[in-house]
Design a protein around this ligand. Structure first.
Ligand SMILES: [Cu+2]
Length: 460
């Protein structure tokens, strides 16, 4: 997890614009790049209508400039190196130095112009998922526009017809380009700042990769068997927490660009689903949940009032999605006595240790040698021991003493005395025993061979 100090310094990671864009294209807005995978502070609006900016855990927000009433952004599609977690970097494709790309934020009614420069080795486009716009701005290569060839820059212009939660991704060689990490969040704030206000607003995209341990590039042809299940292209234990002040209202926006659904579950709270990529959910249509399934190619936002302090897990409820790199063809050894076979193997390999006979929790504590550039399947430590998690898992940290707008990791929760589950060390009563069942006479065959007379059922 990023420390408070590292977080404060992280803003400096926003690197300056490349000399290229200043000299060769005077009219293009800056295209800042991000070199850091830690959560960047929210970007307050520098012009135009006011809003409470979103925070992208392990991500950042793209600055804009105003030009004659238009909000102008500049995205650069390019190969990137993304630190998925400590000790593992993936060679992906993304935008402005990272995958996911920067979050784009604007306000309902804004006129937005987005320059897209292609520095990939093949053509691309950008589709603005969920946006209401002229057909020719929809970004479907071949269908609504010519592809953006390598080295070219295209311009998208449209008016934000409604507020809500959206995303962007290519619609050109889509299977490969999304498997390589090309995606970003797009949040449009309501024009009326009193509509659905929250104190903390988080956004992340779920994506999945198949990266063999020891390698760097995802296997883009994989359809189902992924080993990196990510939130904003980051895996536990290196997904930054979601810090929330006690009694603040919080919104979490989640989009799914994997090829399966993700039931996102939050501990300690019930919440309301308030927004989808189709729009805001009317108050009378909301319902309470503790798990919200995020369908493929969809976004959901949920809200809650943070009235209970603590470290509350927030994770996908598919248990294989809270694991990191693992082999799926490992046999199950639960209950198998491997003592004698272990003895034989130790004659050849003295430090051999049989695993999996009592379960797999041992793996969370053990540091086994692993190949370069991968992350153990079950990992992470809390104040009470190993978490035995990975993948799509993070922690909502609700704290009384959190300053407004402070998104640094507040550390581990200090439980009030007497509020933590504890070991019973007294006497245990003998287990109650059911009385002996009456001894049955005769076998099943005998019974079926002598069917009851119809009169036996007369009392029914
Ligand atoms: Cu999942």
């Amino acid at each position: 997890m990023v420390s408070r100090r590292a977080f404060v310094g992280a803003g400096a990671a926003l690197a300056g614009v490349a000399a290229w864009s200043k000299t060769s294209a005077m009219s293009l807005p800056d295209a800042p790049i991000m070199e850091d995978a830690s959560t960047q502070p929210p970007l307050a609006p520098s012009a135009g209508p006011d809003y409470n900016p979103v925070v992208t855990p392990n991500g950042w927000t793209l600055p804009f400039r105003m030009n004659n009433g238009w909000k102008e952004f500049h995205l650069i599609a390019e190969p990137v190196e993304r630190e998925m977690g400590e000790g593992m970097t993936a060679y992906l494709w993304g935008y402005n130095g990272q995958s996911p790309g920067p979050t784009i934020e604007c306000v309902e009614g804004d006129k937005v112009r987005i320059f897209v420069t292609n520095r990939l080795p093949e053509h691309t486009t950008i589709h603005w998922h969920g946006m209401l716009l002229p057909c020719g701005m929809d970004g479907v290569g071949g269908l609504t526009q010519p592809h953006i060839k390598s080295g070219k820059t295209f311009v998208y212009e449209f008016v934000m017809q409604k507020s809500g939660t959206f995303m962007y991704h290519p619609h050109a060689d889509e299977m490969l380009q999304m498997a390589m990490g090309m995606m970003g969040s797009f949040v449009v704030h309501p024009k009326d700042p009193t509509f659905m206000p929250v104190d903390r607003d988080f956004v992340f995209l779920l994506s999945a990769y198949d990266i063999d341990p020891g390698t760097y590039v995802p296997r883009v042809m994989e359809m189902t068997d992924f080993n990196m299940w990510t939130m904003n292209t980051r895996v536990f234990p290196n997904i930054d927490p979601l810090p929330i002040g006690l009694n603040e209202r919080a919104r979490v926006r989640v989009g799914n660009l994997t090829m399966t659904n993700h039931p996102i579950h939050m501990h300690g709270y019930d919440f309301s689903v308030t927004c989808t990529d189709g729009g805001w959910v009317r108050p009378e249509a909301r319902w309470p949940e503790v798990t919200i399934d995020i369908p493929v190619g969809a976004m959901r936002a949920f809200e809650f009032d943070a009235h209970v302090p603590g470290d509350w897990a927030l994770h996908c409820h598919k248990s294989h999605h809270t694991m990191n790199a693992m082999g799926h063809d490992v046999p199950t050894f639960i209950g198998v006595d491997k003592t004698s076979v272990a003895k034989k193997i130790r004659q050849l390999q003295p430090d051999y240790m049989p695993m999996g006979t009592k379960g797999m929790a041992d793996m969370g504590e053990m540091s086994m040698p692993i190949p370069d550039n991968t992350i153990p399947m079950m990992t992470g430590w809390g104040q009470f021991g190993p978490l035995e998690m990975g993948g799509m898992f993070t922690v909502v940290k609700v704290r009384e003493d959190l300053a407004k707008g402070d998104y640094s990791d507040p550390g581990e929760y200090e439980h009030p005395p007497g509020t933590v589950a504890y070991e019973w060390t007294g006497e245990l009563p003998m287990a109650a025993k059911a009385p002996d069942a009456p001894v049955k006479t005769g076998s099943l065959e005998q019974k079926s061979a002598t069917p009851a007379k119809a009169s036996d059922h007369s009392g029914h």
